[in-house]
Design a protein around this ligand. Structure first.
Ligand code: MD3
Ligand code: FE
Length: 221
């Protein structure tokens, strides 16, 4: 059955595999894609967070971000009053970020391939933690060196309404609900589109508790 995007993406809207929703020319939601990996994923995530705990960062504009952040992989994303950047060291420990666990790499590479991005080789995994009320304002991800690689996101815990805008800040944004286990892949012509997350609603997720955790895999260096 053609989905609502059938006329926008006529080349393949009629042939989406089960659970794959096309949300842009080169962007896909893979519903529940991470669920079969969760049992291996959660212990790996716990071990990463034991080494590099969540912390709230301050933007160059002086605002404290409502989402708390950590990272794993060769590069981690940080911000402070001097600017945004990727760094090989966790500024909190002055040590390298925890390595990217195999299970996370396998999940990200496999999801990218499902969305027709072969040879994805992520070197950074940002970990965002949202408690109810936390949000992410509309922004572009422009600190990566390589825009030809996609971004892969894994949603865990409480649901979120993801805002998917256009190439100009003022462009109308689509609202897309993301649930525990959903994976989204963005790339190609959609890689620099504005995006954000609406404030997370109050709630308690049966596995993750009162929070949403989002993992984003990128090729940053
Ligand atoms: C769409 N995170 O960390 S998913 C971020 O749910 C970020 O935590 C959100 O935006 C979250 O930067 C949204 C990730 C995402 C990342 C890059 C994109 C969505 C994107 C690039 C282009 C379009
Ligand atoms: Fe982003």
């Amino acid at each position: 059955m053609p989905g609502p995007t059938a006329d926008l993406f006529a080349d393949d809207a009629l042939q989406q595999p089960a659970g794959r929703e096309q949300i842009g020319e080169q962007s896909y939601v893979l519903r529940g894609y991470a669920l079969p990996w969760i049992e291996r994923l959660l212990p790996a995530l716990r071990s990463v967070l034991a080494q590099s705990p969540f912390r709230q960062m301050v933007t160059p504009g002086g605002f404290t971000m409502s989402a708390a952040l950590s990272s794993c992989g060769a590069l981690g994303w940080t911000t402070d009053t001097t600017g945004y950047r990727y760094s090989p060291l966790d500024p909190r420990s002055q040590q390298p970020w925890p390595a990217l666990p195999d299970v996370l790499r396998e999940l990200a590479v496999s999801a990218a391939a499902d969305a027709r991005f072969s040879d994805f080789d992520p070197d950074a995994c940002l970990i965002n933690r949202y408690v109810p009320g936390a949000k992410m304002s509309l922004h572009q991800d422009k600190n990566e060196r390589c825009y030809s690689a996609p971004v892969v996101s894994v949603s865990l815990g409480l649901a979120a309404i993801f805002l998917f805008g256009g190439h100009e800040r003022g462009d109308r944004a689509q609202k897309i609900s993301l649930f525990h286990g959903d994976v989204v892949v963005w790339g190609g012509v959609d890689r620099l589109r504005f995006h954000g997350v609406m404030p997370i609603k109050e709630g308690v997720h049966p596995i993750m508790g009162p929070q949403r955790i989002n993992l984003t895999f990128r090729t940053a260096g």
